[in-house]
Design a protein around this ligand. Structure first.
Ligand code: MTE
Ligand code: MO
Length: 339
């Protein structure tokens, strides 16, 4: 394979990896399984091309002084770490030295590689040629996809044959930890939030209707009373684990007045961490104060947290302080929390 084509193929795979990885990160429903599988195939595709790319890089590095090649070396290292930690995660490795989980390393190295990758494309451009858009390229891409798909299936077979934890990962790629055993469930802060230790006796929830001037109420824990029901739901964190629990909570539909013209529901934590949901989710969200027959632990959101089946963990706001109807559309928020 020519050097130019190899480089373009690598670039294409890196872009695909970022897109599928980002989508997979937000994914909560099994219908998106193909994206996660595609993400794995792209990673394996990079592995397959790596010997060709390594030869090209060695040649290029020999022609240039070290001061102009070190950013490329760091980029190569970051991509290698990203693929290796992705493979490690898939096999079932969770803990590795220094970083909290293999998934943290995977995402961290990938994010760091973006600015270097952009720089690399700018200073070492590879122009596609008109002749690249040929049937031959299409056939090659098809063969490459088949090879990557075969490798992916082979890899899954190996995980199964070796009885590795990775064989049982969920459609999101997450591993089971602490199902029906909340004490074993990890405690995860998205980014910068601190674990809160709140006194249930003092807890107050602000509930505001479509027009806060008309409906604004304060609820206390005792008010949840008999409206609680059991919900079997899976908390699936983007750091690569999931746990299914029987949660005890009140459906938001029963806590909130009719949505009226509101377009979204804003759920805010005492810490300021917040997520905005479409009003259609009123029937799919619960305010929970317990799981498995016991009250929530403080670190898991006591006195109350949101239970959002079918949504990734970062939607499950802990230490809920306010639930408000709002005119803003549900998409008016960063796709992932920023704090
Ligand atoms: N207030 C607040 N709620 C939060 C978070 C946070 O950082 N702050 N992290 C979210 C993330 S990323 C996950 S995976 C779940 C983890 O819940 P757990 O700590 O009970 O396992 O809480 C979510 N709710
Ligand atoms: Mo998470």
């Amino acid at each position: 394979m020519g050097g130019r084509r190899t480089n373009l193929a690598i670039l294409g795979l890196l872009v695909l990896a970022l897109v599928t990885g980002t989508v997979a990160y937000g994914l909560g429903a099994p219908s998106g399984r193909a994206v996660v599988i595609g993400h794995g195939m792209v990673g394996l595709g990079l592995l397959v091309l790596s010997p060709w790319k390594a030869a090209l890089s060695r040649r290029s590095a020999r022609r240039r002084p070290l001061r102009s090649t070190w950013p490329s070396l760091i980029l190569a290292l970051l991509v290698i770490v990203t693929v290796a930690s992705g493979v490690a995660h898939s096999t079932g490795v969770r803990r590795i030295p220094v970083v909290p989980t293999a998934m943290h390393l995977h995402v961290g190295a990938a994010l760091l590689s973006i600015p270097l990758g952009v720089w690399h494309v700018v200073v070492r451009p590879q122009r596609p040629r008109r002749s690249d858009a040929s049937r031959r390229t299409l056939v090659r891409a098809g063969v490459a996809s088949l090879v990557a798909g075969g490798l992916w299936l082979g890899g899954e077979g190996v995980l199964r044959a070796a009885g590795l934890r990775g064989a049982k990962r969920r459609f999101t790629g997450s591993h089971e930890v602490g199902t029906d055993d909340p004490g074993r469930m990890p405690v995860i802060q998205w980014f910068l939030d601190d674990v809160q230790r709140l006194d249930p006796a003092d807890w107050e929830l602000t509930v505001a209707g479509p027009d806060p001037r008309i409906v604004r109420r304060t609820l206390r824990l005792a008010d949840l009373g008999d409206a609680r029901e059991d919900v079997r739901a899976t908390l699936d964190c983007t750091s690569g684990w999931y746990a299914t629990q029987t949660w005890h909570g009140v459906p938001l539909r029963r806590l909130l007045p009719a949505p009226g013209p509101a377009r979204s529901i804003l759920v805010t934590s005492v810490t300021g961490y917040a997520r905005r949901f479409p009003v259609a989710d009123l029937d799919r969200l619960w305010l929970a104060d317990g799981y498995g027959g016991m009250p929530l632990a403080q670190a898991h959101g006591a006195p109350t947290r949101l239970v959002a089946p079918g949504r990734r963990g970062f939607w499950w706001v802990k230490w809920v302080a306010a639930i408000e109807f709002d005119d803003a559309p549900p998409w008016r928020q960063p796709p992932f929390p920023l704090r």
